[in-house]
Design a protein around this ligand. Sequence first.
Ligand SMILES: [Zn+2]
Length: 159
Amino acid sequence: MKSKTDKLKLAIELVPSTSWYDNLRKYISKKDWDKIRKRTYVEYGHRCGICGAEGRLNCHEIWEYDDKKHIQKLIGFIALCDMCHHVKHIGLAGILSSEGKLDYEKVVEHFMEVNNCDKRIFEKHRERAFDEWRERSQHEWHVDLGEYKDMIKSASKKG
Ligand SMILES: [Zn+2]
């Protein structure tokens, strides 16, 4: 049976530490990245794809994890407001907050507001997300850029 946290509109997504630096931006030019970003913002009507907020947006990579084969696949992008983006990367939000650059409680409040839940649900969800992250971080992941593969300049360099 699925628990309540599986249905959250705004969920935490932690990228395994073993593939932290393997994101798409490392492989493509700034020009191509800007193209993807702008296309994503247009696609989402220049609003946050989760809470609908306007203003500054972030282009967030959506990954799918195969926990058996350890393949991390890029399946698309979503436009996110700063707050939703901080929730996605709650580990980083914690670091920013410890450096006095972000109010962590505001991020938690945003989570509770968007998901219409209390702090208990947040804590439970965060624990689960970190458990999953710890497990995934024990493995080396094969990063599959899916349909975005063609954008990589060095794609012709095979074996
Ligand atoms: Zn948002």
